[in-house]
Ligand binder design. Structure first.
Ligand code: 13P
Length: 249
């Protein structure tokens, strides 16, 4: 973390929840105080976005988990940034590993989505991360730089972008990257941004970590110099999320 980069914690609820379960989540979210200088953004399933937005405390924001690359048209089941903005939703997660690996989204499509969402005035949590075999073959840097480039080519305003480094092998597995592993990749990503975009962007862009973050490991991870927060899956559905948003307090 760095004093000039605001700590950022996102809760990616993925395809989980019901009104009843969400009422329980809202209770612990609304009972908590958001620490100073921290962004907290919750991403419920699309269908529950208005329900959550209407009930969530004003100190927290909501995000969609995905959106499409054009404003409207014959794209059955898709949601556009214009529609999200219409509901007052300003954030969207793009390029999540489940979108890439379960639904086959390519770097090219993710880049197009990033561009359109930013053009429409949204803020983007753009996800990247290597698979286990890629790490074991020493390809981590190559993979994340390639994903990063596909995103960076489509960004004009970096103040609207948060990069989420989520190693695929750490997502939902209980196998967290060690603080050193996370720091190493975050530092290289920051260096890549400084060299390939410009030093100011490298210095100011938040790079958050995702993959089995929990109430126990969040402090060590969050104390790393280049870890500016988290994208939390499973633990974002539980009161542990409150411990996580307070990780650097
Ligand atoms: P888990 O925290 O459940 O590992 O999920 C991480 C993630 O994919 C957040 O986007």
């Amino acid at each position: 973390m760095s004093a000039d980069r605001k700590f950022f914690v996102g809760g990616n609820w993925k395809m989980n929840g019901s009104k009843e379960a969400i009422n329980g989540i809202l209770q612990f979210l609304n009972d908590s105080k958001v620490p100073a200088n921290t962004d907290v953004v919750c991403a419920p399933p699309m269908v529950y976005l208005p329900y959550v937005k209407e009930r969530l405390q004003s100190g927290m924001q909501v995000s969609a988990q995905n959106c499409y690359k054009v404003a409207s048209g014959a794209f059955t089941a898709e949601t556009s940034p214009a529609m999200l903005k219409d509901l007052g939703v300003d954030w969207v997660i793009l390029g999540h590993s489940e979108r890439r690996h379960v639904f086959g989204e390519t770097d090219e499509l993710i880049g197009q989505k990033v561009k359109h969402a930013l053009d429409e005035g949204m803020k983007v949590i753009a996800c990247i991360g290597e698979q286990l075999q890629e790490r074991e073959n020493g390809l981590t840097e190559e993979v994340v730089f390639k994903q990063m480039k596909a995103i960076a080519n489509n960004v004009n305003d970096w103040s609207k972008v948060v990069i989420a480094y989520e190693p695929v092998w750490a997502i939902g597995t209980g196998k967290t990257a060690s603080p050193e592993q996370a720091q190493e990749v975050h530092a290289r990503l920051r260096a890549w941004m400084s060299e390939n975009i410009n030093p100011a962007v490298g210095q100011s862009t938040r790079i958050i970590y995702g993959g089995s973050v929990n109430a126990k490991n969040c402090q060590n991870l969050g104390s790393q110099a280049d870890v500016d927060g988290f994208l939390v899956g499973g633990a974002s559905l539980k009161p542990d999320f409150i411990t996580i948003i307070n990780a650097r307090c």
